[in-house]
Design a protein around this ligand. Structure first.
Ligand SMILES: Nc1ncnc2c1ncn2[C@@H]1O[C@H](COP(=O)(O)OP(=O)(O)OP(=O)(O)O)[C@@H](O)[C@H]1O
Length: 443
């Protein structure tokens, strides 16, 4: 079930505009043209959010807010105001609106604000990925859901799987999911990072060794292949497997038997192989740097972990997941920066960025300044603000933001900088004032 948003605007054009943007993002919408109709819908349809214009015929937006929240105190309202209506916006916040958007509202801004209040739209399930199969993994983006679906399908067979994708994109996550859903789930998943083990030691790490088979081999060693007997062997960074080891690997896959270093007998192991790489090993194979026959053996089932930039729907849910634990939330500007960034380090980079932001932010809000410089810069270059009009005539009315800055400056001046008293004058909480000071760059 997707989340239901009630849109209230007397202009059909706006109702349609907001409805289109929201339903494209996966929200369900209903719409009312006036306050009274909206009140009835709040009761009858139980929306999770009301998005409403302040100026409405009859029952205006503020009155609707007051009465709507009497009906349902937990119901969030996002108000839309024209620039000149700053007083109303302030009253709206006092009455409990979670935020306001100034007209004209572009759809990115709208979606970011809505997602911030009620979270992402539930996935409208056009694939058959049972949520309980995902073990809490974030999975909103179609490209990522397709990879997860392939992984679940692969789980039932014993065929070798080759998972490709950039670093940090979730290849190991997919491998673990396959194992968890396979008939081998009760046995171990043995993971080996082929790039992390010196080439000279890799053979004995994988195939084991007999006691005394080489200097330092004081005890017998089972080897990863045999440790994975009955379970799954996950060979990460298989592209870094030295060429000279590849024949033995191929043989192990083909026969299910391995020969320990320094041993003279083959030993059986019933393993299921999953390999992963962030190289293009097909190209490596074509260039003679990876054995072609091994490549075909590994690549029976191919799954690609898509890079995060191709999964925009996952970015904010993942970011919130990585923030979870604390009670911090993303500011709209920070959310926009996250969505604009290219994420060369994929999910791992996002996890690190959010951990850092959680530590840097002193309040309960994550602002762009808490994000790593590379992430902030992406936002700056990717979404330049609206271009200034060609003939720069000063605007007749102040923007809401300018009016806010003025009101806050005045209140602080009157109270000699006392934030608690200034917040009182402004009719907002002290925390709200501190948030605004940050957001407006005044602190
Ligand atoms: N959909 C997801 N939901 C929650 N956490 C995720 C998700 N995808 C990835 N992660 C987390 O992101 C990190 C990177 O994922 P993972 O290790 O699977 O990437 P990888 O592609 O195997 O990286 P590498 O190529 O560097 O080995 C991990 O900490 C993982 O738990």
């Amino acid at each position: 079930m997707s989340k239901l948003v009630l849109i209230v605007d007397d202009e059909a054009g706006y109702r349609q505009l907001y409805a289109q943007a929201l339903s494209r993002a996966g929200y369900e919408t209903i719409a009312a043209a006036d306050g009274l109709q909206a009140l009835q819908m709040i009761e009858a349809k139980r929306p999770e959010l009301v998005l409403c214009d302040v100026r409405l015929p009859g029952l205006d937006g503020l009155e609707l807010l007051r009465r709507g929240r009497r009906e349902r105190p937990d119901l969030p309202f996002l108000l839309i105001t024209a620039h000149a209506e700053v007083g109303q916006a302030v009253r709206a916040l006092k009455l409990g609106a979670v935020d306001y958007l100034a007209k004209p509202v572009d759809s990115d801004q709208l979606l970011a604000a809505v997602a911030e209040v009620v979270g992402p739209a539930e996935q409208t399930a056009d694939d058959d990925l049972p949520p309980q199969a995902l073990h809490g993994l974030v999975a909103q983006a179609p490209a990522w859901r397709a990879a997860l679906a392939q992984a679940l399908k692969a789980a039932a067979s014993t065929a070798s799987v080759l998972i490709t994708g950039e670093s940090g994109a979730g290849k190991e996550v997919l491998a673990r999911l396959i194992h968890r859903h396979s008939p081998r789930a009760a046995k171990p998943l043995v993971a080996v990072n082929c790039a992390a083990i010196p080439a000279g030691l890799l053979a004995s790490e994988l195939f084991g060794h007999e006691r005394g088979s080489f200097t330092g081999a004081s005890a017998r060693r089972l080897g990863r292949f045999r440790e994975a007997d009955g379970g799954t062997l996950f060979l990460d960074e298989i592209g870094d497997m030295p060429l000279e080891l590849q024949p033995a690997l191929l043989r192990a896959i083909e026969t299910g038997r391995v020969t320990p270093v320094g041993g003279d007998r083959e030993l059986a192991s019933d393993f299921r192989l999953i390999a992963a790489t962030n190289h293009d090993i097909q190209a490596e194979a074509a260039a003679g740097r990876f054995r072609q026959d091994l490549y075909y053996r590994l690549n029976v089932v191919a799954i690609e972990a898509p890079p995060l930039r191709q999964r925009p729907e996952d970015i904010l849910p993942l970011a919130r997941r990585f923030l979870a634990g604390g009670d911090k939330r993303l500011s709209r500007a920070a959310a926009q920066a996250l969505q604009a960034h290219h994420w060369p380090g994929n999910v791992r980079e996002l996890a690190n960025a959010m951990e850092r932001a959680g530590l840097l932010s002193q309040t309960d809000v994550i602002l762009p300044e808490h994000l790593p410089p590379a992430v902030r810069q992406g936002a700056a270059s990717a979404s330049p603000g609206p271009a200034p009009p060609a003939t720069a005539t000063p605007p007749a009315v102040k923007t809401l933001e300018q009016s806010e800055v003025e009101a806050i400056r005045l209140a602080l001046a009157q109270t000699g900088g006392n934030r608690t008293k200034a917040a009182d004058i402004l009719g907002i909480t002290r925390r709200g004032l501190i948030y605004k000071l940050k957001r407006l760059g005044l602190d």
